[in-house]
Design a binder for this molecule. Structure first.
Ligand SMILES: Cc1ncc(COP(=O)(O)O)c(C=O)c1O
Length: 401
């Protein structure tokens, strides 16, 4: 029997991964890829972390079985991740009202969260920042959510329009889900101040909203605890919250698909009940998680010496990204490209928005083999000593018109 005709209509390419495919197919030797959020070192490659290599050596030596893992992952992994995100001594950890589940990457965590909320009737409208990671709206829409957006930055794209953001959230209905980026906002690189996190917490509390925090870059901004401080502000006594976290970038385990969903409920009893629903959502999707990535993360986080070395590797990645930000601003200023670029140096995480038109983005790609996303979202981690100057030269020409 033939497939239904709809299946023969090609789906539109993914806004980011589709571009990365075009980049791979481009034969020009000096092409520059600033599309997907992937860390590269100065040689342009994405290395396996030394601590990951060591953890894999230990795991290979001890490997005994490929048995199925529990639906929500191994307990040791779940507890380590919960402490990493919420903090070792946090009340929600000590009371048992926060429970973590292993998921296939951060995307898997978001999808399990969306399915959990739909299947339990806990939420049907989700509010997300404009702009946001392009996979957010399509993921939540495909899970059956109504997607609304709240304004995030002012027209410069360099500062949060706090009043407009809080005003929009003030119009959300009780029970609506509010999606927030835990740190290193994708695509703007602009994060809320501690004071704004407090005020977001107040609106969430007053309007009885449910925050869902997407934490894909913990440790890429200012540090492990610093980057989780905002979401921890939302974990107020008795408050409910979901966090989806990812180790794709921070352990450089992209292809291993490892992350977690943390559900913070009102009480330990509620958390246990929620966990049965998390497991039901997973069982009808991918049944149970892959083992390897989580075993690597557990091995590193549970060994004090390996963990300390991983924190150093993480700091080295963070420092490189932040140094790239400074170098980029210098390169743009040196070419006197019109615009105030200085804010890029103060932003955090892998991304910055250049605020380009579609025609400028197309010209960068077609004429100069420079690949950037949408309105000029660039992966700042993708700059190396050999591609920064050609990029800045190309941008100067494109902006000059
Ligand atoms: C904001 C945001 N959330 C989630 C993810 C998903 O990461 P993963 O590869 O772990 O699914 C990404 C990856 O780019 C991201 O930028």
């Amino acid at each position: 029997m033939a497939l239904p005709s709809l299946a023969r209509v090609p789906a539109p390419p993914d806004p980011i991964l589709g571009l990365a495919e075009r980049y791979r197919a481009d034969p020009r030797p000096n092409k520059v890829n600033l599309t997907s959020g992937v860390f590269v070192d100065d040689s342009g490659t994405t290395p396996i972390l030394a601590t990951v290599v060591e953890a894999e050596r230990r795991l290979a030596a001890a490997a005994a079985s490929k048995l199925y893992r529990p639906i929500d992952g191994e307990l040791a992994y779940r507890e380590l991740v919960r402490a990493l995100v919420l903090g070792e001594g946090h009340e929600a950890v000590a009371s048992g009202r926060a429970l973590a589940t292993q998921t296939p990457g951060g995307t898997g965590g978001l999808r399990v969260a969306a399915d959990l909320l739909r299947q339990t009737g806990s939420g049907s409208t989700v509010w997300m920042s404009e702009p946001t990671w392009p996979n957010h709206p399509q993921l939540f829409a495909s899970a059956g959510f109504k997607v609304r957006s709240y304004p995030y930055t002012d027209p410069t794209g360099r500062r949060i329009d706090e009043a407009a953001m809080l005003d929009a959230l003030g119009q959300a209905s009780p029970g609506d889900v509010v999606l927030l980026h835990g740190c290193c906002h994708n695509p703007t690189g602009v994060d809320p101040s501690a004071d704004l996190w407090r005020r977001i917490g107040d609106v969430v509390e007053e309007r009885r909203l449910l925050p869902l925090v997407d934490l894909a870059y913990q440790g890429f901004g200012d540090g492990l605890a610093e980057d989780a401080a905002g979401l921890r502000e939302l974990v107020r006594p008795g408050a409910e919250l979901l966090v989806s976290t990812s180790f794709s970038k921070t352990f450089s385990l992209y292809a291993e698909r490892v992350g977690a969903l943390i559900v913070v409920a009102r009480s330990a009893e509620d958390a246990e009940a929620a966990q049965t629903n998390v497991k039901a959502a997973i069982r009808t999707n991918y049944s149970n998680p892959p083992a390897h990535g989580a075993d690597v993360v557990r091995t590193i986080l549970s060994d004090p010496e390996l963990r300390a070395r991983w924190e150093q590797e993480l700091a080295a990645m963070r420092n490189r990204i932040n140094a790239n930000r400074g170098d980029l601003v210098e390169a743009l200023d040196a070419r006197r490209i019109p615009g105030d670029w200085s804010a890029i140096a103060d932003q955090r995480g892998m991304f910055a928005l250049l605020g380009l038109s579609k025609a400028q983005v197309d010209r960068l790609r077609d004429e100069f083999a420079v690949y950037v996303v949408g309105a000029g979202r660039i992966n700042v981690a993708g700059f190396t000593s050999s591609n920064l100057s050609p990029f800045a030269d190309a941008l100067a020409k494109v902006v000059a018109g």
